[in-house]
Design a protein around this ligand. Sequence first.
Ligand code: CA
Length: 318
Amino acid sequence: MKQLLTLALAVSIGSTTAFAQNPIIKHIFTADPSPIVYKDTLFLYTGHDTASVTAPNYKMPDWHVFSTTDMKNWKDHGALLSPHTFSWATGDAYAAQCIERNGKFYWFVSTFHKKDSVSNGGAAIGVAVSDRPTGPFKDAIGKALIINEMTTDKKHSWDDIDPTVMIDDDGQAYMYWGNLSCRWVKLKSNMIELDGPINYVSIKNFIEGPWVYKRKGWYYLVYAGVGTKAEMIEYCMSTSPTGPWEYKGIIQENVPNSFTTHPGIIDYKGKSYFFYHNGLLPTGSSYRRSVCVDYMYYNEDGTIQKIIQTNEGVQPIK
Ligand code: CA
């Protein structure tokens, strides 16, 4: 009986005052969340907005890492990577994703290439590597993995951004990326070399920010789409990492006070979580964004239910 009372009390507290609260990172502006789970800890890799209140554009100097074991308390491991880490790079720290393979952590990032003999200076994708999820990270290749000149279907200079990487059950790694055009390529098992030609896939309403993952036999391609007025999160499903992809609709409507949003999806300790960003911190904006997390629910057929954005966020894990 005492146990029952304690349980009831805990549930009562959990439903009123103990929620984790969005945005989850409050001491700096963060964007483009990318979660992984490693050894019982959830690590969250993010961008970092430092534009002034009146600035009309992004200022993103570096990438940060946070971690949690309870979805409430987040440890800030600091700015562990920046474009300065890459001798060939210049400019801002656009969206990135870190994944683990054989005990090494590969952080795929988008930034800009210097104008030099290799590239005319558009967006590019690089890879940093570390033996630990919290670094230190170094340039894994010494050059960019993808440069603007390698894709020519779009003519703007920032079409090669927002990498997402998935390792399939057979060990084959795939990278997807792009702005206004979704591309994918196989990666070799060393994770730092392309393993075939670049492929182009037609995705309805695709703008940017793909997040590809496999769950219970389904492949998901979730992305920032055209939406209405501002970006919304839309998704496709497939039975193969190479498609064809079937469009399934919008799962997240506009986010408050930010033109962009960005999906980061993971299962952790028995629940599914949807990370995204909005502009809801005080003095926030499209260029001063903040990472949030809410629950994500799947239907029996694998389709994803609409994400309900909340100020309360998710409940702490006991
Ligand atoms: Ca290009």
